[in-house]
Each structure stands twice: as C-alpha cells, then as structure tokens.
Design a binder for this molecule. Structure first.
Ligand code: AMP
Ligand code: MG
Length: 342
C-alpha cells in the first residue's frame, strides 16, 4: 500500500515536467537565456547584480557549461567520457568528472541500483531497435545487461575512473543537468547575487540567504498528457526541484511508446510512472534521485523518499484503472498547491 499523506486522482491525464518557474520578490531580477548541450534552454534570473556584473557572470556560466559539456557529452566523440567509453585511458581525469562519477555511484548504492550511470548499453540497444522498428530480443537484453552495473565502475583515490571489464560505458544524462544548474548558481553567488534561479532544461536550482523574510520561489509541475499546462505549484525557500518525465523523450516502436528511463536491474523501460518531481538541496542530487525514484515507482520510491529527510517528491503514476494518481510526500504537502485541471 502506498502511504502518502496526500493521494488523489488526477482529473485528466498525465503530468509533465515543470520548466515554468517563476519568482516573486520586491525587486525584479535580471534575466538571460543560453542554449547548451544540443539546444537545451538555460534560463538565468539573478537579483542584486548590476547589468555589467550580471553579463560577466552569464558569460562565465556559458564558458563553464561549454567546458563541462566538452568533458561529459556522449554526443561528442572527443569528450573525456566518450574516450573512456571507447576503452581509452585519460592522462588526467578532470576533478569534475571524478566528482560526478563518485556522486553517481554513491546514489546508485543508496538506491539499490535504481540509478546507474552504466545504463548506456541499454540506451544504445533501444536507440538501434527504435531505428529498426522492432523490440530487443532476449539475447540482446542479456548482452546489454552483462555490461550494466555501477559496481563495475571505480573512482580511485587519485580521481582515476576505472572499469572492471571492457564494454562498460558511462552516461551522465540522468544527473548532468542538475549539476550544471548547481554550477551556474555557484557562479551567480560568487558574483554577488542576493538571490537567483537557474533553470537548465527544466531542472531548477534556486538560492537566497537563509532566514530572511523573502517571497518563496514557485515552481510549476506540468501536466504531460493534457495540454502541457501547469497542474501544480511547489513553493521553495531555496534548493532544487527537478522533474523526470516520460513525455518529452521516448522510443516509439510500432505506435507504442517506451520510456527513455530504464530499470538497470531488468533492462526494461519503466512503465506506469509519468513523472517524478524531486525536491532537495542541490541540483545534482535532485536530478539523480528524480531518475532513481522514477525507476523505483510510487510504492518503493515513496517509502524511500519518506525515509530520507532531505528528499521530497511528487510522483504521478498510472493507477492501472485508467486514471492517474498523484503522490505527494508528507514533507511537501504544505508547499504543494494543486491547480485546476486544464
Ligand atoms: P532524467 O531525464 O534525468 O531522468 O535522465 C534520463 C536519462 O538518463 C536517459 O536519457 C538516459 O540517458 C539516462 N538513464 C536512463 N535510465 C537511467 C537510470 N536508471 N539511471 C541513470 N541514468 C539513466
Ligand atoms: Mg535525472
């Protein structure tokens, strides 16, 4: 049984991700938009900076994201991650890459392997099957699964990343956007912003000083099945809110949609969960745990969130009877507002 403090049936269809965040404060923020990582929109809002300092900070964010993307993107054959995935060794492992791999593996062990950066063989299998419009065979599943498992990745004391066997491949797609948003917020804080919000493709990280009587940030959660409008709003004093959804990216085979998030234990695309919105302190954690709770599903994922004081979640799932249900973790109920169905 689900044990939420709040459980309801969504009136229409599913929910999608919330890219719509708005912030209210006495003064108005300076705003800028960037595009990175193959067109992912990045929206930056900062308070308390003059135009020149803001523009300098935005340029620094752009440079930082380009640096990180060149390091971890699997779309770039010359990235450090692409080289590792081809079995090459790096002369020097950038500290950011060691950090990401370390955090990812920590969260993998915390979540019983629901989050796992070694899912890439499954991603590649489904990409090629979608291109050929057929489902993977059992033999293909077994071959891919033999190369999946976070236990096969080690981060050594000097930061070197090593693989236990050939064929292991890393994919930071489930954690990178949240990390990028954290990095951008750090740059704005260092520049002297008194309050800020960064949205990297819907992964939102906010910051304002503790304990001050300021307006909370408000982040919308979209309805993925309907017109995509905001169906609920979460209020935040600071920290991160990230949504993993099944609506934007999926594989379509024979008219059937398959989720782009996999259960690394079974190799199967997750079924029945529409979106998970995860609220916690940092973007890197929010991103990874959103993906993990998506894999765990409402029963196991809800209990997991309730056991962890720092994690709160909204889970939208298919109740099986045709309707959708929304789970809201007890610690989030007071900050969660359901809007009229659109
Ligand atoms: P997100 O949108 O943050 O939930 O991340 C989804 C992306 O992470 C997918 O497109 C894959 O590249 C990767 N991924 C899929 N399943 C998993 C998983 N179980 N653990 C970690 N990363 C995953
Ligand atoms: Mg994620």
């Amino acid at each position: 049984m689900l044990s939420p403090a709040l459980r309801m049936t969504a009136a229409s269809a599913v929910l999608l991700l919330a890219a719509a965040a708005s912030a209210f404060a006495a003064d108005t923020p300076r705003k800028a938009s960037l595009s990175a990582m193959g067109g992912i929109p990045i929206n930056i809002s900062a308070w308390g900076l003059d135009q020149e300092s803001f523009e300098t900070a935005v340029a620094e964010i752009g440079g930082r994201l380009e640096y990180l993307e060149a390091m971890i993107s699997t779309y770039r054959p010359d990235s450090d991650v692409s080289r590792l995935n081809r079995g090459e060794s790096l002369e020097r492992t950038p500290p950011e890459l060691s950090f990401l791999a370390f955090v990812a593996n920590w969260i993998a062990s915390e979540t019983g392997g629901a989050f796992d950066i070694t899912v890439k063989p499954l991603v590649e299998l489904w990409q090629s099957c979608a291109a050929e419009q057929r489902l993977p065979t059992d033999a293909e599943y077994q071959a891919a699964l033999a190369k999946v498992g976070y236990g096969g990745v080690s981060v050594l004391m000097d930061g070197t990343i090593s693989f236990a066997q050939p064929g292991i491949m890393l994919d930071f797609g489930g954690i990178a956007k949240g990390y990028f948003a954290d990095e951008a917020v750090d740059i704005l804080r260092a520049a002297g912003a008194t309050r800020c919000l960064v949205d990297v493709g819907g992964d939102i990280v906010t910051w304002q000083p503790d304990g001050e009587a300021v307006e909370p940030f408000r982040a919308g959660i979209r309805n993925p099945r309907g017109s995509g409008g905001v169906f609920a709003v979460i209020s935040l004093d600071g920290g991160a809110v990230v949504t993993s959804g099944n609506y934007e990216r999926y594989y379509e085979i024979d008219g059937q949609r398959y989720c782009h998030i996999f259960d690394p234990r079974s190799g199967r695309p997750v079924d029945g969960v529409l979106s998970v919105t995860l609220v916690t302190k940092s973007g890197i954690d929010a991103d990874a745990y959103a993906t993990a709770v998506f894999v765990m599903g409402p029963e196991v994922g809800g209990k997991f969130v309730e056991r962890n004081d720092d994690l709160e979640a909204v889970i939208v799932f298919d109740a099986g009877s045709g309707g959708l249900e929304v789970y809201v973790s007890p610690g989030l109920v007071e900050r969660f507002e359901l809007l009229e169905a659109d």
